[in-house]
Design a protein around this ligand. Structure first.
Ligand code: EZ4
Ligand code: CO
Length: 423
């Protein structure tokens, strides 16, 4: 009897003095801007174990801060931090007002912090709590971009030289200022660039002429091996998207992303009927309901819902399991507005999820990495979550306080005649 107790303690790998339940003693929001704005939730328990969750909503950060501080934190205090599922249901059903980017990011922050706490309390990385590793490492793609096709080719070449097996390519359109996806320097693409929205221009005809040319030249130059991806960023009508998909077929893209807005899931049927270019959608999705028809009618190939956008690990794994029934794979959003906390949690998810497709990865600045010390590592096109208990990402609050909030919004887009368009 005592022998098996000892055995259990050894295998738990954790301080046996941690007793249950674990009451949530305190929770607070930290806003910091180490190169860009991040909203972080820290939940503390009466056992001394704490957890961290990301609540960043790019360009609308303060809305989530208010939602957490006024409406979520007060109902968390005193709850048992072990009850992740019940707390998720309480925040989702209990709000009465369901879904939406603000609510679901607030829920995600709580959920990820609670998974972090559970992992730390049990001495287990989150991927082990989910069911263990399904693969050795997580393939990621980076953003290569340039002002024109030759610059974009050079940028893609640098990613391939660095060992990436997958690269997203976006090219500026000559004559159109500030086309989507064109950054201001290597590895650090950052669209939220000003306190008031920057205005960009969009011209579908110019874009439709340029995009197939870009991938023709990329295949010529780099051969059949690299996985190439491309983000249309909601700019086309369904018919135009179908035309683009057809024109890109010879260049064997890994996916085209957000070819048309997905508010109307039905719109993707028309695209699907006309092209075999794989389709990825979902960085703006908040719940499984945003993706339900797209998945079960096999209108997409990759669902890009993220831990941050779609209510945390508890809900994202439900989306992934549902998607697996139709052989739809994951492709988690991973731009720089998802903090290292989300990246850490995403990597635990990615290394577990059976129907993994690809993970987006844009590097954070050195300041961001310093504010969020993390266990995950990058090597030649792959990320690994590390084996730290929980998600393995922490928050240096002293350092965070040195980077106060800076108002920043995403750009807007107009057609060349002045009509508002989808950015
Ligand atoms: O524009 O995350 O695929 N990645 C993207 C991103 C989004 C930003 C918006 O905040 O589309 O660059
Ligand atoms: Co995108």
């Amino acid at each position: 009897m005592s022998g098996s107790m000892t055995q259990a303690n050894v295998h738990s790998g954790q301080d046996a003095t941690v007793s249950f339940p674990m009451r949530i003693r305190d929770a607070r929001v930290v806003v910091t801007s180490p190169g860009r704005n991040f909203v972080t939730l820290k939940i503390e328990t009466d056992q001394g174990v704490y957890g961290i969750g990301d609540a960043t909503l790019n360009g609308r950060e303060k809305a989530v801060v208010a939602y957490l501080e006024h409406h979520v934190i007060p109902v968390l205090i005193g709850r048992d931090a072990r009850q992740i599922e019940d707390i998720w249901q309480f925040l989702y059903r209990g709000a009465y007002w369901r879904r939406g980017p603000v609510t679901m990011r607030a829920i995600a922050a709580v959920d990820v912090a609670l998974w972090d706490i559970k992992g730390k309390a049990l001495g287990a990385p989150i991927y082990d709590l989910l069911g263990g590793r399904s693969r050795d490492a997580v393939m990621v793609y980076g953003h290569a971009n340039g002002g024109d096709i030759p610059e974009t080719i050079d940028a893609v070449g640098r990613y391939l030289d660095a060992g990436y097996q997958a690269v997203r390519a976006q090219s500026g359109i000559p004559g159109l200022e500030l086309a989507y996806g064109v950054g201001r320097g290597e590895l650090h693409y950052e669209p939220a660039d000003a306190a008031l929205p920057t205005q960009s221009l969009w011209d579908t005809r110019k874009y439709m002429a340029l995009a197939p040319k870009l991938f023709e030249v990329l295949r010529d130059r780099f051969g059949p091996e690299p996985r190439f991806l491309h983000d249309v960023h909601h700019r086309l009508t369904p018919l135009e998207a179908a035309q683009l998909g057809k024109r890109l077929e010879p260049y064997d893209l890994f996916w085209i992303e957000d070819p048309t807005p997905a508010e109307n899931q039905e719109a993707f049927r028309l695209i699907r009927q006309h092209t075999t270019t794989p389709i990825a959608v979902g960085e703006v999705f908040n719940t499984i309901w945003d993706a339900k028809d797209l998945i079960q009618e096999q209108l997409i190939d990759f669902v890009r819902a993220s831990v941050l956008g779609a209510g945390g690990l508890t809900h994202l794994r439900r989306i992934a399991d549902f998607a697996a029934l139709w052989q739809v794979r994951t492709g988690c959003h991973g731009a720089t507005d998802l903090s290292p906390v989300t990246m850490g949690a995403a990597l635990h998810f990615d290394i577990w999820v059976p129907n993994f497709g690809m993970q987006e990865y844009m590097r954070h600045t050195a300041e961001t990495d310093a504010v969020f010390p993390h266990a995950y590592t990058f090597e030649r096109g792959f990320l690994r979550p590390g084996d730290a208990p929980g998600h393995g990402v922490d928050l240096d609050e002293v350092l965070a306080a040195r980077f106060p909030y800076e108002p920043r919004q995403l750009p807007v887009a107009r057609l060349t005649d002045g009509t508002m368009w989808n950015w």
